[in-house]
Design a protein around this ligand. Structure first.
Ligand SMILES: Nc1ncnc2c1ncn2[C@@H]1O[C@H](COP(=O)(O)OP(=O)(O)OP(=O)(O)O)[C@@H](O)[C@H]1O
Ligand SMILES: [Mg+2]
Length: 350
């Protein structure tokens, strides 16, 4: 059972990239959600919809041209204290990351220092933090590093003394997961952690993540293009489109009862594993440019449900089914009542 207070509460978050001295784009445009302890939220959507930007924004890891002009992020720490993430000082933020919240990036190689052994990189991460209120000793660091490597099913003896290039892509990705968990964060964000890997390696990492979650009970945001992975690893799904969450609900609600034509289209574009192969439909067109979003609904040019009103109103998330602990099903579509998912929605005619 999860507790009743969200671990993370995000309100109207905007993430902006400046693109020139007087120009900018908002890659995240007013995102609101609550995440409860132990939940796993999959963030899905097409390339460029703002998934990574949202993940980086949540950890305040944006590049220099990125900023958060408005919105709020409240986080409840291990000690039960509320933390206003956007107000954390530089030092407090450094501690908050790793000790409370960590992120695993796609493309493991870039996250390592190529000339440092894995053991030293793990030690470096731990040394600048407190463990149980004190600076960790060499033996604590060695013990914890080995424990976390074993937890991701790697042999510490071999891996600790290796350089990143001596490990396979799958091993490196596991090491990154081990490093991210060194300081027992309560919130783990994974940005496409398996995308560059072959299918068997991908499978192994998904199994490791499911096992770790079960054992350590951290809360997870899992960013992925892969709906099958989302269904497997998440309790909840949020679909993003042009910087907004346009539908959210439990895995079951999203997969069997999607009510936003875009989510329904995404689901219909995935072939079923069993049964007859239906005519798969892709979603016509491509996402709008963030620099010149049309008035009204950002999806309307690609939507076969679009009507006159959709050009005038930019719909907000409308409640479809109330459920506890952030699991409610909502969709930002004026016509969600007419959208019935499962392969009839975006049919062969599109
Ligand atoms: N540093 C940056 N400066 C300006 N615009 C950026 C920057 N980084 C990302 N963007 C823009 O922000 C939008 C969202 O990008 P983001 O990388 O968050 O998408 P994504 O959903 O993670 O995509 P993908 O699935 O390809 O990883 C895109 O339109 C992108 O062009
Ligand atoms: Mg991304």
């Amino acid at each position: 059972m999860t507790e009743k207070t969200p671990i993370l509460s995000v309100q109207d978050l905007v993430v902006r990239y400046s693109t020139g001295s007087h120009t900018h784009v908002d890659a995240v445009r007013g995102v609101t959600f609550d995440l409860y302890p132990g939940q796993s939220l999959a963030l899905v959507g097409e390339s460029g919809c703002g998934k990574t930007t949202l993940g980086l924004g949540l950890l305040r890891l944006l590049p220099r041209m990125g900023s958060v002009p408005s919105g709020s992020m409240q986080y409840v720490g291990k000690n039960g204290k509320k933390i206003d993430v956007l107000k954390l000082s530089h030092g407090a933020l450094r501690r908050w990351r790793w000790e409370e919240a960590a992120i695993v990036f796609q493309g493991a190689m870039n996250s390592f220092n190529p000339v440092m052994r894995i053991g030293d990189q793990m030690a470096d991460t731990m040394r600048s933090h407190l463990v149980g209120g004190v600076k960790p000793s060499k033996s604590v660091i060695a013990e914890k590093s080995a424990e976390m490597l074993r937890a991701v099913r790697l042999e510490p003896k071999q891996v600790l003394s290796s350089y990143p290039h001596e490990l396979s892509g799958g091993m490196r990705q596991r090491v990154l997961i081990a490093i991210s968990l060194l300081l027992d964060p309560r919130l783990l964000i994974l940005d496409e952690p398996t995308t560059a890997l072959d299918i068997l390696t991908q499978r192994a990492i998904v199994d490791v993540l499911a096992e770790l979650r079960e054992r350590l009970g951290f809360t997870m945001i899992f960013i992925t293009h892969d709906l099958a992975l989302a269904a497997e690893l998440a309790d909840r799904v949020a679909t993003m489109y042009a910087g907004r969450i346009i539908e959210t609900g439990s895995v079951r609600d999203i997969f069997s009862n999607a009510r936003h034509p875009y989510t329904a289209g995404l689901i219909n574009a995935v072939p079923p594993v069993t049964g007859e192969l239906p005519t798969l439909a892709s979603i016509p067109g491509s996402p709008p440019s963030l620099a010149s979003l049309p008035a009204g609904c950002a999806f309307r040019d690609r939507c076969r449900f679009a009507e006159e009103q959709c050009a005038k109103t930019d719909p907000v998330l409308d409640l479809i089914e109330q459920r506890p602990e952030g699991m409610q099903h909502s969709a930002a579509c004026l016509r969600w009542q007419e959208v019935h998912s499962k392969r009839e929605v975006v049919g062969a005619d599109v």
